[in-house]
Design a protein around this ligand. Structure first.
Ligand SMILES: [Zn+2]
Length: 393
């Protein structure tokens, strides 16, 4: 995100950002850059003439075929005394996450959500960790619940994944929707919404403060030897310990790591095996911008160090996914002009989180019991929580 402020007269301003490492980002100008306009207090897509060209500035460490940077160019109509911010996708900061989690710390959610921390980042920031379930049940029922494990923002710049996770949490905490209630009765949802908090705070696109891609550190040192590891691997090991602790007392039924995709449109899932395709097909029926054609149900060797692969290959959980959502746009079928590109908005991202839950419901209820759900919401919300039940989740 960058900021522009000026007292000049109305004008068109053209900005060139010269250190873009990949040309496929920003869809080569097919998608306008987001612009925040302080005079209307909102993000818009009112930028134009967006394009990306190879500028020939060499860096041998770049991974693109030219080993050189690209320039992203875009223009906007400038109004004097207005602050502008620009971003490739809707920003979602650590402060925003804290404020959102604070809104969940209400009496009405007391019996269905618990807050904790999943350790501390390299920069000693607490990593928020929330657990959602219907804790208002006897100890045996609680112990028998399977776990759905969710993580997000391991790639800090993939802000859209935070909106998808927020949509998922909002739906799981719905006090009246029978499917939300059912899912809470059936599962314990463990959610670490922002794994790379340092990267988020310091504005890294993908890496943590040690310059590591944390989504390539999940397999590095088995058996784990803390004396040989750097801080990044210790941090990942701490998350692995949470997973192991969960597996000691219950099954993890499904894992999903939420990402944003900088090159593709729509949203889609990466899985690990063919058995995982069914959930993708259900998701595609629930949400018409889910793109089954971009889904993958195997692990290619270079992805062996991802959390998705670790959970499948080492911990042998049944369903292990990575959900990729475009940071820009989706294709919609249009009867008149054929497919048209539509930029995502925040509500559309949150809808994906909700539809993830609805797809999960249908996945575990192939006959679709939605119409047969008979749940007394009052009883579920008002009964006292037996605090002794809290230890094992
Ligand atoms: Zn990612």
């Amino acid at each position: 995100m960058i900021k522009s402020e000026n007292k000049d007269n109305n004008n068109i301003i053209k900005l060139n950002i010269i250190n873009i490492p990949k040309d496929k980002k920003f869809f080569n100008g097919q998608c306008p850059i987001l612009m925040y306009d302080s005079s209307i207090n909102k993000w818009t897509r009112n930028t134009f003439n967006v394009y990306v060209i190879n500028n020939g500035i060499k860096n041998p460490n770049l991974k693109n075929e030219y080993k050189s940077y690209f320039t992203l160019t875009f223009s906007f109509n400038y109004k004097p005394n207005v602050k502008y911010y620009f971003a490739s996708s809707y920003p979602y900061t650590y402060t925003q996450l804290r404020l959102y989690l604070n809104t969940l710390n209400k009496n009405c959610y007391k019996k269905i959500v618990k807050f904790g921390e999943a350790g501390k980042s390299y920069n000693k920031i607490k990593i928020p960790y929330i657990v959602i379930s219907d804790f208002n049940c006897d100890e045996d029922d609680l112990n028998n619940k399977k776990c759905i494990f969710i993580t997000g923002r391991i790639h800090s710049g993939e802000t859209v994944s935070s909106y998808v996770v927020q949509g998922l949490i909002d739906f799981l905490l719905n006090l009246k929707d029978p499917i939300s209630i059912y899912l809470r009765e059936k599962f314990i949802f463990k959610i670490i919404p922002m794994l790379n908090i340092d990267g988020v705070i310091y504005g890294n696109y993908r890496l943590n403060l040690q310059g590591k891609d944390m989504n390539r550190l999940w397999y590095n040192d088995i058996p784990f030897n803390p004396e040989k590891c750097d801080e990044s691997s210790l941090y990942i090991n701490n998350i692995i310990e949470i997973i192991k602790k969960t597996l000691n007392c219950r099954k993890i039924y499904l894992y999903c790591d939420f990402h944003g995709h900088s090159g593709k449109q729509n949203f889609f899932l990466y899985g690990c095996s063919l058995e995982e395709k069914k959930f993708m097909e259900i998701f595609a029926k629930k949400n018409n911008i889910f793109n089954l054609n971009d889904c993958v149900w195997k692990i290619i060797p270079k992805k062996n160090n991802t959390c998705r692969a670790l959970l499948k290959n080492v911990f042998d959980i049944d369903y292990s996914y990575c959900l990729e959502t475009s940071m820009y746009s989706y294709l919609m079928k249009d009867d008149i002009i054929g497919n048209k590109t539509v930029p995502f908005n925040i509500e559309k991202y949150k809808q994906i989180g909700k539809d993830f839950c609805l797809s999960l419901f249908e996945f575990i209820n192939p006959q679709n019991e939605e119409n047969n759900l008979e749940i007394n919401t009052d009883n579920n919300i008002n009964n006292n929580l037996n605090e002794n039940n809290n230890n094992n989740y």
